[in-house]
Design a protein around this ligand. Structure first.
Ligand code: PLP
Length: 406
């Protein structure tokens, strides 16, 4: 690690941040001179670029990742009396989407080593709900940190339960995974019915706020397009009557979840850099991995495990404190807090992803937190997300590693 100059020592390092170049600014300015600020051809161009980036057949761009989750749940048929299975370690939006539709999010424990949904816990939850005669509408695996859950296994489980799979791919644009030796892309919907993306500034590419749903199902695509705009259609083939060229029909209750052409102009330009961004994230992860493999650090820390066959796109780089012999979960959590504060004093703004959903007061008050979550509890006590974004210099990474040594 050696010398770190004092200027870089005090430069604040966030856990994540967008990369905006002059060509991004030029793309947005050009769009401002275009006749369309919204509902124009740049939205469609962004959707085509998303299909290309993910390999999905269809993409529907919307106003946020949360809006994408809401529409995906509606399209999956989530309603009052239905359940959606959500990992306990995720951003609350995943579970809230089920609630927006009147459904019940059932929280499922995670594997502490990966932060991904535990397949054993997921299968047990499906079996239990079926025994209780409950309707399981959707399984919602989260591609946490940029690594993909065992989507083929989730899909098989969903098929047996008559449920749809919604991959929350907000962390994993650009990630790959293998099934039977074949490589697939996160968000391609090769093993899911729908996937959702987010373009919040900390994510891989940004539109400010923004999101999308990808799918390979034409019917779902149609439903998602309608729901994005009030449930309104103008398609002559689907109208119940036709009063004239102005005529449209609201055929379902939808929303205004549209994204603007201004945002999509930024999105199209950002997507051109996705491969470079992901490559740099992987380089940074490699540098952290190498440091954490050194004996002094390996004794104290362990990197989050990426499952075999998965190539993470590293939205996050999570490191976990190893429990010392005889140490309780709360003792580990106390050391994690001390580490967090030490990093912060040095202007390194790490984060914790995520507080388990079962600990959120609104979920507790709503009676949605039954069950045991030993994996999520162990994970949460020990995790810290280190700075990870493509504009980080190697010296920035080394500065973080140096702090872990102390
Ligand atoms: C960011 C994120 C979302 C929500 O996306 P927004 O665009 O912020 O609404 C949903 N799920 C996960 C896992 C996320 O990280």
């Amino acid at each position: 690690m050696g010398l770190v100059n004092t200027r870089s020592e005090t430069k604040p390092l966030p856990y994540g941040r967008q990369v905006i170049d002059d060509d991004d600014i030029a793309a947005v300015c050009a769009q401002l001179r275009d006749p369309f600020l919204t509902q124009g051809p740049t939205v469609a161009a962004f959707e085509r670029a998303l299909c290309e980036a993910t390999g999905a057949r269809y993409a529907v761009a919307v106003s946020s990742g949360t809006a994408a989750l809401h529409l995906a749940c509606l399209a999956a048929g989530v309603k009052t009396g239905c359940c959606g299975l959500v990992p306990d370690i995720t951003f609350v939006a995943t579970a809230n989407a089920v609630r927006y539709c009147g459904g019940t999010p059932v929280l499922v424990d995670v594997d502490a080593d990966t932060g991904l949904v535990s397949m054993a816990a997921l299968a047990a939850a499906v079996t239990q709900l079926e025994r209780q005669g409950r309707t399981v509408s959707t399984l919602m695996p989260v591609s946490f940190s940029g690594a993909v859950a065992d989507l083929a296994a989730v899909e098989a489980l969903a098929r047996s339960a008559g449920a749809l799979v919604i991959e929350d791919a907000a962390h994993s644009l650009g990630a790959q995974y293998e099934v039977n030796g074949e490589t697939f892309r996160s968000g391609s919907c090769a093993h899911s019915d729908m996937a959702i993306l987010s373009f919040h500034p900390v994510k891989h590419v940004t539109t400010g706020e923004g999101g999308a749903i990808t799918t390979r199902d034409r019917g779902l695509y149609q439903t998602l397009c309608d729901l994005r705009t009030h449930g309104i259609t103008k398609d002559p083939a689907r109208l119940s009557r036709n009063d004239g060229p102005w005529y449209y029909e609201q055929q379902a209750l939808g929303y205004n979840y549209r994204i603007t052409d201004l945002q999509c102009a930024l999105g199209v330009n950002q997507l051109q850099k996705l491969d470079r961004f992901v490559a740099r994230r992987r380089e940074i992860a490699g540098r952290y991995d190498d440091a954490l493999a050194m004996p002094e650090l390996a004794a104290e820390y362990q990197a989050l495990k990426v499952p075999a066959g998965v190539r993470s796109s590293y939205h996050l780089y999570v490191v976990r404190l190893r429990a010392r012999p005889g140490e309780s979960t709360s003792q580990v959590a106390a050391r994690r807090l001390a580490l967090f504060m030490k990093l912060r004093e040095a202007q390194v703004f790490a984060q914790v992803h995520y507080i388990p959903v079962h600990l959120q007061p609104d979920f507790i008050a709503s009676g949605l937190t039954g069950g045991e979550f030993p994996g999520a509890d162990a994970y949460y006590a020990s995790c810290v997300s280190l700075p990870m974004f493509p504009a980080m210099a190697d010296s920035d990474v080394d500065r973080v590693i140096e702090l872990l040594h102390r």
